[in-house]
Design a protein around this ligand. Structure first.
Ligand SMILES: Cc1cc2nc3c(=O)[nH]c(=O)nc-3n(C[C@H](O)[C@H](O)[C@H](O)COP(=O)(O)OP(=O)(O)OC[C@H]3O[C@@H](n4cnc5c(N)ncnc54)[C@H](O)[C@@H]3O)c2cc1C
Length: 401
């Protein structure tokens, strides 16, 4: 079994294959210089020096060796020959496979402006990126973040904790607009503004001003100019699907998989950020989360062993900004009713999203127990009425039976 991409999804495939009794050779290939590591702290505790590099490591090399999983780092896979069931590596060698798992993750969406490669301009995807931003934060005075999504706002929060002047430029008319309701966007606008961040909505970035090869300012279409000696660009990611596509594996904004992580090639599975899952209604769903990498990884391993393991749990995700932990479960798309449970002013509340009277998602702020109950409600398809959800005296867990 050969796994391309030594991230969370790749590691999960490898370890699940072993746990499920597969005794043959497993090779895990990654093009980064490290073995699998946790990415979420890269925009949170690691940036602040609260999480140490050793804590990012997912598995010690001895543990992988004990499981007889061969990890090869610094090894990029360049092509797949599906007919021969053989992959080509960047060093010119090849490797044959019986089963292949593509867990290639994603990369940063580039900012299409001159100056995006200037010194002081960073994206945040890898340990190397986070190291570089953490170092630049030490001396930076004016931090500008392009993109008011999770990563951009987490970086803004970290930079404020380090007492830097921070500006967030967001093109949309609200923060995290892709995933949360206006009420939550408003809460986060107030949270960041309250911590001294200058959040600029509707900001169309038009020019990067570079002086002596270093970022100096960011201009917006409306003529405003924001001084910057550190610019972090957080405008989303693109799935690494090119080697699959070049080999003729079906791709549509990611490597197309079914609920069991199978691709259009029976010998190839895919898991994690690089995938686009075909849903029952023919649409494709891309998730970029720890849960998705783990669950699809487990399904992919099962599929390689000829077993069906559908991943149908409600999607969940989290984000830490200042002292607020946001935990989301379900997908908010198409909601037509929102109910608040708890007190937004106390930074402790949940928002329940309904579509046609049915609960579809919950965002919880500093309410970890409610988030866990919410996951169970959504997984079981149990829908409290909006009145029950809004009533903090009503025990939602009681509906679970
Ligand atoms: C800063 C940051 C914060 C995040 N915070 C959260 C969070 O709070 N909660 C949450 O749920 N999720 C969070 N995520 C998302 C989560 O980390 C990802 O969804 C998860 O890492 C996806 O795992 P993966 O294995 O699919 O991809 P990756 O972790 O990207 O791993 C893929 C690996 O494959 C390698 N690769 C690619 N192409 C090749 C090739 N051709 N040959 C060899 N190797 C290759 C890549 O270099 C990479 O090492 C965060 C991500 C980032 C970057």
């Amino acid at each position: 079994m050969v796994i391309v991409g030594a991230g969370l999804a790749g590691l999960t495939v490898a370890e699940t294959l072993r746990a499920e009794g597969y005794a043959g050779p497993i090779t895990l290939l990654g093009d980064e210089p490290h073995g699998p590591y946790h990415r979420p702290p890269l925009s949170k505790g690691y940036l602040l020096g609260e999480t140490q590099e050793a804590q990012l490591v997912m598995r010690a090399p001895e543990l992988l060796a004990k499981k007889n999983i061969t990890l090869k780092v610094g090894t990029g896979v360049t092509a797949i020959d599906r007919a021969a069931q053989r992959i080509s590596l960047a060093d010119g060698s090849t490797l044959d496979y019986d089963g292949l798992a593509l867990c290639t993750g994603s990369r940063l969406r580039p900012l299409p402006l001159a100056g995006a490669d200037a010194r002081g301009v960073f994206g945040l995807r890898s340990l190397a990126d986070s190291r570089a931003i953490a170092a630049a934060l030490e001396t930076a005075r004016n931090v500008v973040v392009i993109g008011g999504g999770f990563i951009g706002l987490e970086v803004a929060s970290a930079a404020r904790k380090k007492d830097k002047a921070v500006t967030v430029l967001e093109a949309a008319d609200r923060l995290m607009a892709r995933v949360v309701a206006p009420l939550i966007s408003r809460f986060y606008l107030d949270l960041h503004s309250g911590h001294g961040v200058d959040v600029v909505l509707g900001a169309m970035v038009s020019e990067l001003v570079v002086a002596d090869g270093h970022i100096a300012a960011v201009k917006t279409k409306d003529g405003r100019e924001f001084p910057a000696d550190l610019l972090v660009v957080g405008i989303g990611i693109l799935p690494n699907a090119e080697i699959a596509q070049a080999a003729g594996v079906e791709c549509s904004g990611g490597i197309v998989v079914d609920a069991c992580s199978r691709t259009s090639d029976p010998a190839i599975v895919a898991a994690g950020d690089c995938t686009a899952r075909r849903m029952a209604d023919g649409t494709f769903r891309r998730l970029e989360s720890v849960q998705n990498a783990v669950e699809q990884g487990k399904s992919a391993a099962a599929a390689l062993l000829g077993r069906d393991r559908e991943f149908n749990a409600a999607p969940w995700f989290w984000s830490d900004q200042y002292d607020v932990k946001l935990q989301m479960v379900g997908l908010t798309a198409g909601f037509d009713q929102v109910v608040t449970r708890g007190e937004p002013k106390g930074n402790k509340f949940s928002t329940f999203y309904y579509k046609g009277g049915k609960l579809i998602a919950i965002d919880s702020l500093n309410q970890p127990a409610e988030h866990l109950t919410g996951r169970k409600l959504l997984d079981k398809g149990v829908s409290p009425t909006p009145e029950q959800a809004a009533d903090i005296a009503f025990a939602l867990a009681g509906l679970l039976g």
